[in-house]
Ligand binder design. Structure first.
Ligand code: SF4
Length: 391
């Protein structure tokens, strides 16, 4: 296919595809999905080989958020029966982080619900970062605390945070339909504050919230403009009790096309397969490793992922290898600019959904749009519970 040959050539040269080319990837048919994966896989292998970076989420503060992000199980008024707790102590947080590192993660992502941290919260998280780094100085730490105020990024960086995650989530045009309590511009501003403070920026999207193909291309082009080191791709988990609970529209093939498009637009950036991978890709997850070079190990913020051991087995069976702590994630030309790799929101509140295409069938024969609540398990172990974490 001429389109795919062109995109591979551009990806190998780090050249930006046109919007039309990115849209054309999303418009390919299910018959062509293996060709699309193979083409984007060439770009992935050029910049990241067969390495898979593992990241581990620690939900420091869960639920009870005053913001109204429609996709999020922790939002204002959410009826989702998730774990709700306030700030974990440093010891519990660093123990959870250590479990992830022992399981193979090279990055720990410290996430807290809320609009943004107070200065006291920044102190609290700084102490947790210091505790984690004391245990293991090589571990990368990413903070994800919401919108930042003046000076907070610098303080987190000084405390040892390598990266900061704040997702753009969806296109600027559709942002107001998803969240009313803050704006797309607020999110861009926080990512830029993190970059200005010397942290590696991690910023991505959530697919499946009812957006169009043009919206998806818009948000990925906006991300490319922002130039984060890592782009987490979440697939909406339609939690019961949230406004998007009925948005069951993604198929595994659609998810693969979205990941391929992101890889072509951001060829040398860490593309992270994030929340919703088990729910929407299901048995097709291994194919996504040909597109993304990074995943979350174990559970998400408010939902359970597949067992950490199953993640490791999947990586080995698919012929990939876990990226070691001594390896730099980014290609040399980017690593020179960024001090570290990147993190991701991971989508405890970020789940899957649909795109307004015609109604295809999911791989198991269930019509797209039919609720698959059997696929969503609310997290009941790890941080905030007495049960051991999944790592
Ligand atoms: S995504 Fe973050 S800011 Fe939005 S409702 Fe969820 S926890 Fe709050």
């Amino acid at each position: 296919m001429d389109l795919l040959n062109t995109l591979v050539d551009k990806g190998l040269r780090r050249e930006l595809p046109t919007r039309e080319e990115a849209l054309a990837v999303l418009a390919t048919s299910d018959d062509d999905v293996l060709d699309v994966v193979a083409a984007a896989g060439k770009v992935r292998r050029k910049w990241f080989g067969r390495r898979v970076k593992l990241n581990y989420l620690v939900n420091l503060k869960s639920g009870l958020c005053p913001e109204d992000c429609s996709y999020c199980s922790q939002r204002l008024g959410s009826k989702a029966e998730i774990l709700k707790y306030t700030w974990l102590g440093h010891e519990e947080a660093s123990q959870a982080a250590a479990a992830g590192v022992a399981g193979g993660a090279k990055r720990v992502c410290l996430v807290a619900s809320g609009r943004g941290p107070t200065d006291r919260d920044v102190d609290r998280v700084s102490k947790t970062i210091e505790a984690i780094k004391e245990q293991n100085e090589d571990v990368e730490v990413c903070a994800c605390l919401g919108l930042l105020s003046d000076g907070q990024a610098e303080r987190l960086r000084a405390a040892g945070a390598d990266a900061y995650n704040h997702n753009l989530n969806t296109s600027e045009a559709t942002y107001g339909g998803i969240t009313t309590t803050h704006t797309f511009a607020d999110r861009v501003d926080t990512v830029q504050q993190a970059q200005a403070a010397g942290m590696s920026a991690c910023s991505g999207l959530i697919a499946g919230m009812g957006e169009s193909d043009a919206d998806l291309v818009d948000v990925v082009f906006a991300l490319r403009e922002l130039d984060p080191d890592s782009v987490p791709v979440n697939f909406l988990i339609p939690f019961e009790g949230t406004p998007l609970a009925k948005e069951w529209n993604l198929t595994p093939q659609r998810c693969l096309r979205i990941l391929a498009m992101v890889r072509f637009v951001c060829p040398d950036v860490e593309v992270r397969l994030a929340g919703g991978r088990e729910v929407h890709l299901r048995s097709m997850q291994p194919l996504a490793l040909h597109l993304a070079n990074s995943i979350f190990l174990g559970d998400y913020l408010t939902s359970e992922g597949q067992e950490g051991k199953a993640d490791l087995a999947m990586i080995a069976d698919a012929g990939f290898e876990v990226e070691g702590a001594g390896t730099t994630t980014l290609p040399e030309h980017r690593a020179d600019v960024a001090a570290a790799g990147c993190g991701g929101h991971g989508g405890g509140g970020c789940g899957p959904c649909g795109d307004g295409e015609a109604t295809p069938e999911a791989a198991d024969g269930a019509p797209v749009g039919e609720a698959r609540t059997d696929l969503v398990a609310v997290r009941r172990r790890g941080a905030g519970t007495d049960l051991p974490p999944n790592a």
